[in-house]
Design a protein around this ligand. Structure first.
Ligand SMILES: *Cc1c(COP(=O)(O)O)cnc(C)c1O
Length: 852
């Protein structure tokens, strides 16, 4: 049976018709006056619609719309928001316009499997999606030409429903495009754009493209749920991370390969491609195929262009968190593409294998091999990633592995409460509600200290009350659903107290995040929670991955303690179905944000940044972004950076540290209240924390950093290599190096000194270098200075280029003179690197020769 449908649009009176436009741009998600408009229309519908104005407008009775159009104050507000919206869209002075420094025109295509833009668009699961959403929003705020590419899932990400025993059950709500802020992308004749994506040689799937407006930028989502596809194909984009391994690879082909095809079909020509986590790395393959065809190039040449203009961000230090596929499965789908590129299957497979004998094809490896710019998402994660992937750069010292770090951030205006934001506007920006501000302008935050304690405390109190009310009504609804009697349900009004120190913990229940650490010693926790003078209460939330039984056990354990243990009932609570909305209430309402993963497994973490910009203080393991801040005097660090002999020992030491901090530092500071009812010591910490954290850990700073460090270079090198025959030259250079590298060697390094060297003396170095068929232009010889490591390597302190001073038979003589910069013993080594000024990074080709 074929079912047809049609959609009836609400008929908004002319003077409030703008609401329709507003509802179809996710800009509203970070503009409180816009949100307020929708709330005023019908607060209950607003909540029921999951804050999706497009859906809501379709449900508001015509009578109510007429009524609003006669309400002068409302119409005035609509006009104000309209003006602000158009000012935003048309602002000629964006950061990008004033700081643009790349050659030509950049367009960055940002690919991600998930996006957390707003609750009404549930195509996210956790931190990765939040980051992607915040990246796009900051790109919009900065006016930077970045577009997002992702998938449109038929079902929203899993909703969590706890049963009476605290076991997590799951539901998947339908995403109905007719009621969401998405629109079909059509070509200039008004025909829907459909791309066809081969799934191996014998199958292909069609995908349509949806556009989501996000302020000044757009997000494009591919969707295979089309009549013309087979039922199995229609399910490819059914669920985020849904299905088996085979469906996953099909999803990733649709995202990566389909994404590039969709951009082509829309007539867009990005100059930079940013791969946010390995899922979308197949885009590199399609780009090479396109370039080979369009420019009549071979694989090696196309690879140079793609490599030079691609950026890759890795997100997880957990090996299993990196996407690995069985080569048999990869072959089924990708051999077809290998043939298009004219390379053999083994050569293709090698692109995704960490080592020659690796058993799996890893998307992270594929991305690292084929992108010139790569990064981890915090400094510590950079260190961990370089260590983790050093096998791809054999013989390169680990510090030099070209995986940089750019620390994550948050889109501040999406996460800061409007109450606190009003204070910021009053004291920091002294401006009007609708001005644009850039949170990464550090000087702004110097005025945090001018906010009067009373005001900051009062506003914080309001948000805490809102959190408590939200928690109570959520629990009430939950208990009702679970079938409890009215008496029990009504007792939820006793949950949490507004004047008690409140600590929040919310995150995915992956076991490494150790949600149960706090519960290690229940007697100790009892004393903390029920302290006669300084009680503490806790709010927990988080989902486990549907297949993660261990994570679900954690939830069950905590839930049962909160429900059945009289010591903790009403004082420790678990809120069901963690999502952006609950996250917002929590980060805006708690006093302290708790984060206790196993170091260094939390690549960055961002929820703490959200809490900090709202004035909550951090209580965290020195991991992820917090490792860049703590230990400090405006938050607390649990444990240190030491390594432990066992998991049990680590948990014991860190739980002890956590309890001690709560008992001896946090509670006493919080409860040192003055006659105005607050602790001025605590307020000072809040202000210092905001001042130190808010200007740095936001996505404006982050996106600027991606621009400066990566996008400009990727754009410029990509364009350079696309011109004339540069790509061919670079490919030829690389082949020449590869063919001749085995002949390259260094011998007879000598230092010319016959007496003791004094500080300030010059030291002369000289070496014989054999280059075989290579010439000095193809390589560079480096004198590498440092200290000898325990393992025989050398810890780099400096590297100096040597220059050719002549020939000696078939060898070149290289020389350099330096003034030692330290006294004491100096170690040095000599190495040869390839050299070429047309590539962004010579370390990647893996050709390094040390003196033997
Ligand atoms: C911020 C956020 C996350 C990520 O938080 P982490 O600190 O990385 O655990 C996950 N889910 C939601 C709903 C969020 O708002």
């Amino acid at each position: 049976m074929k079912i047809h449908s049609f959609t009836v649009q609400p008929n908004l009176p002319d003077n409030i018709k703008f609401l329709e436009e507003l509802a179809s741009d996710m800009w509203f998600t970070w503009n409180w006056p816009a949100i307020l408009l929708f709330m005023q229309i019908d607060p209950k519908l607003w909540t029921d619609s999951r804050r999706n104005p497009k859906w809501m407008l379709g449900c508001v009775p015509q009578k109510r719309l007429e009524e609003l159009s006669r309400d002068e104050a409302f119409v005035q507000q609509v006009n104000k928001v309209k003006e602000a919206y158009y000012n935003y869209k048309n602002n000629p002075h964006t950061w990008y316009k004033e700081h643009k420094r790349e050659q030509g025109d950049m367009l960055t295509a940002y690919f991600s499997m998930e996006y957390g833009i707003g609750e009404g668009l549930p195509i996210y699961s956790g931190g990765l999606g939040m980051l992607a959403g915040d990246h796009i929003k900051s790109a919009s705020d900065l006016g930077m030409p970045i577009i997002g590419v992702g998938l449109f899932y038929k079902k929203g990400y899993v909703q969590q429903l706890l049963n009476r025993e605290g076991w997590q059950n799951e539901e998947y709500p339908d995403n109905d495009w007719a009621h969401m802020a998405v629109e079909h992308v059509c070509d200039k004749d008004g025909k829907e754009i459909i791309v066809e994506v081969p799934l191996g040689a014998n199958e292909s799937v069609k995908a349509c493209v949806w556009r989501v407006n996000v302020g000044r930028t757009d997000l494009y989502l591919l969707d295979t749920n089309l009549q013309e596809n087979t039922p199995a194909q229609r399910l490819i984009t059914e669920k985020l991370y849904g299905g088996d391994r085979e469906n996953r690879i099909r999803q990733e082909i649709v995202l990566g390969i389909g994404g590039v095809k969709a951009l082509n079909a829309m007539g867009m020509h990005p100059t930079v491609y940013h791969i946010n986590e390995g899922h979308s790395a197949f885009l590199l393959i399609q780009r090479m195929i396109d370039i080979m065809r369009e420019r009549n190039m071979d694989f090696a040449q196309a690879r140079e262009i793609v490599w030079a203009s691609s950026v890759f961000t890795t997100h997880t230090p957990v090996i299993a968190g990196n996407e690995h596929f069985d080569p048999v499965l990869v072959r089924k789908y990708m051999q077809y593409y290998a043939e298009q590129m004219g390379i053999g299957w083994e050569e293709f497979l090698a692109l995704g294998k960490e080592k020659a004998d690796s058993a799996t094809f890893c998307m992270t490896v594929l991305a690292l091999r084929l992108t010139a710019y790569a990064n981890g998402v915090a400094k510590l994660h950079g260190v961990v990633s370089r260590e983790m992937w050093r096998n791809l750069w054999p013989s390169l010292p680990v510090d030099e592995v070209p995986i940089d770090s750019i620390t994550n951030g948050i889109h501040s205006s999406s996460w800061v409460s409007h109450e606190i934001n009003d204070l910021y506007r009053k004291y920091l920006y002294n401006g009007n509600q609708l001005d644009e501000v850039d949170p990464s302008e550090t000087a702004l935050w110097d005025k945090v200290k001018d906010i009067p304690d009373e005001e900051l405390w009062a506003v914080h109190g309001q948000r805490k009350t809102k959190l408590i009310n939200m928690a109570r009504s959520r629990l009430k609804a939950q208990l009702k659903r679970q079938g409890f009697d009215v008496m029990t349900v009504n007792k939820t009004s006793r949950v949490l107290k507004p004047d008690v120190l409140t600590i929040g913990f919310a995150r995915r229940f992956a076991t490494y995040k150790r949600a149960t650490l706090l519960f290690k010693d229940l007697d100790r926790l009892d004393k903390i929670v029920n302290h006669p003078l300084r009680p503490v209460q806790f709010v927990f939330a988080g989902k486990a991955h549907p297949a993660d039984t261990a994570g679900k056990e954690f939830i069950k354990t905590i839930y049962n303690l909160t429900q059945n243990d009289p010591r903790f009932k009403n004082k420790i609570i678990f809120i069901e179905d963690y999502n952006m909305n609950i996250a917002r209430y929590m980060v805006q309402g708690v006093d302290v944000w708790l984060n206790n993963p196993i170091r260094p497994m939390e690549a960055s973490g961002t929820s703490g940044m959200k809490a900090a910009v709202n004035g909550a203080l951090m209580l965290s393991i020195l991991d992820g972004w917090w490792d860049e801040v703590g230990p400090c005097d405006f938050g607390w660090s649990i444990g240190g950076a030491e390594k432990y002999a066992s998991d049990a020992e680590r948990d014991a030491v860190e739980a002890e540290s956590l309890y001690n901090l709560l008992e001896q530092e946090i509670a006493p500071t919080y409860y040192a209240k003055n006659d105005k009812g607050f602790s001025s010591g605590w307020l000072a910490l809040m202000k210092k924390s905001i001042h130190q954290i808010a200007p740095v850990f936001n996505t404006n700073r982050m996106v600027k950093e991606y621009y400066e460090k990566f996008y400009v270079g990727a754009n410029n090198f990509g364009q350079l290599l696309s011109q004339d025959n540069h790509a061919a030259q670079v490919a030829a250079w690389r082949k020449k190096i590869a063919d001749n590298w085995f002949r390259v060697s260094v011998t007879d390094i000598t230092t010319a000194f016959d007496k003791a060297i004094l500080m300030g003396d010059k030291v002369h170095f000289r070496a014989r270098v054999f280059l075989g068929a290579l010439s000095p232009e193809d390589i560079q010889v480096e004198l590498y200075l440092g200290t000898r490591g325990a393992l025989g390597g050398i810890q780099k302190e400096d590297a100096v280029d040597m220059h050719v001073a002549g020939n000696d038979g078939d060898a070149y003589i290289y020389e350099v003179e330096i003034s030692p910069f330290n006294s004491g013993r100096q170690d040095y080594a000599l190495r040869i690197l390839p050299a070429c000024d047309k590539v962004p990074n010579v370390l990647t080709p893996f050709f390094i020769r040390w003196e033997e």
